[in-house]
Design a protein around this ligand. Sequence first.
Ligand SMILES: [Zn+2]
Length: 359
Amino acid sequence: MQPHILDHIPDGLLEKPSTALHQQLPGPTLIHIRGQNPQPLVVSVLQHGNEDTGWEAMRSLLKHRYADRDLPRSICLLIGNVAAARLQLRRLDGQPDYNRCWPQSGQADQADNPDPCVQLFHHYTELIRSLRPFAAIDIHNNTGLNPHYSAINRIDWRMIHLARLFSETVVYFTVPHGTLADAFSEFCPAVTLECGQAGNVHGTDHAMDYIEKCLRLPCIDDTPLSSEQTQLYHMLATVYVSPDLKFGFMPEKSTLSFIANLDHLNFHELAPGTLLAYLHGHSSRCLLALDHYGNDITDNCFSFTNGMLRTLRPLMPSMLTPDVRVIRQDCLCYLMERIDPNAPAASIVDNEVLPDALE
Ligand SMILES: [Zn+2]
């Protein structure tokens, strides 16, 4: 994998959907686009080939808003996995996940890792670091009915403010390793955007407006906010239904009957005591909540009394689904918990995990 670096957008590129970019780009490509302020904004798109909202937002911005005028600020545009984008796949068989191949912050130099993708991204990272970028935005999509949200890898007020310009809800994570945003957090504020499902115009418009907002920002605020003002969450646990248990959704009566529209609770902070399900003839623990070290924290999260399953502490679920099969095969949901960005760093658990389904 050779670096492919351009100092302008090639003719015709903006006419191409993500599935056709491979016709003009041989692989992961870095394009410098000059703007009035030379300190660049890094915009990363298509690290996952089937997540095209970032590319759609960028080409729409450049075609329709800045076709015949300068950008307010220079952009370093990183276009990721064009080979997978051709087939609308996250990645091809045999390819690594691009968003796991960036230099890991706080670790020794990985320039000697033989993986060609790791080498190339190390090269791009050092090149971009030398440009002292203003900020970095890595744009993704996810599956399922989740709202748009932003994610950060450090508790840093500039990153929190940058993330809040996209969504009120901000998720903090440090695992998985090797993400672009984590690597770039070493030298500039960096955020990951999750723009809902690919192909949704609302996601494209939201991402485009956000990029433009960032291009026009003279500086990034670093004023501390209270924890009430900051909807900052970290991953607490993954929740499973006991394997042999019969379960379903109301009004169907199973041993465990979840309330109807359970998935409407996604990304809502639930007060302690929120009813999630009725237990019929089964009073003991029928869910298992495991933290990311594999510790059973079910009893810290749920109560199973008087035939009802309720929450025990303030929690915010994500990835709840009404699909019984998915629950069986994967999990019921992830649980997030609000964290206080003003708390001493030591009290914020290290190794915050971004659930696999949040991509
Ligand atoms: Zn992704």
